[in-house]
Ligand binder design. Sequence first.
Ligand code: CA
Length: 245
Amino acid sequence: MYMFKDKVKKYLTTHNHTTLDLKAVLFDMDGVLFDSMKNHAEAWNQAMKVYGMTLSREEAYMHEGRTGKATINIVSKRERGYEVDDEEASRIYQTKSDIFNNLPKAEPMPGAGDLLHHLMDTNITPVLVTGSGQRSLLDKLNHYYPNVFHQNLMVTAYDVQYGKPNPEPYLMGLKKAGIEANQAVVVENAPLGVRAGVAAGIFTIAVNTGPLPDHVLLDEGADVLFHSMQELYEHWDELKASFEE
Ligand code: CA
């Protein structure tokens, strides 16, 4: 039982809105549009080792959504007692990106393409909001989901100062789309991403595609939770109908 109506009502009451007038869906990328998180966790683990630091694969999932520099800083402060400068952060992030790019290619998330095309057919605009700054991934987006995300409707690591879990990236997504918080929903797989969506005042859909327990995402304030993009796609019309009542 999803009880979408109750959850939408709770969202509206909490945020003092009377309606959820859906114009756009703000999509996170890794773990939502691509099944890429396993590779990211592996690449982070290996890259940190190169620099004498430890970041377990499990911990990588907890940092998911942060910018590369923010993640590197947390680990550096913990393991070495000091913050990285921009030059070293870039070097470590490059190592991580190189390792990532040598791993077997991550596939598009099953169900994601169907949902994106269904949205476009119903005049709802997909917007990308990712902490990633990897050119290879952004190119991949245009390869697997051609003509879905417009250049001016993408928020990446290059656009933001703070990154998730700060609401900044999602607020910027709203701004780029020219809409208010109650005219969008967020689709996120990571705890910090959910926190960012909720902090931006947007109805936040968690899709738990990774190894963390559901409660980690629900504890961050996710309004509803699905276990795959396919499941979200299958329930989309029902969920959307509950926005309109
Ligand atoms: Ca993600």
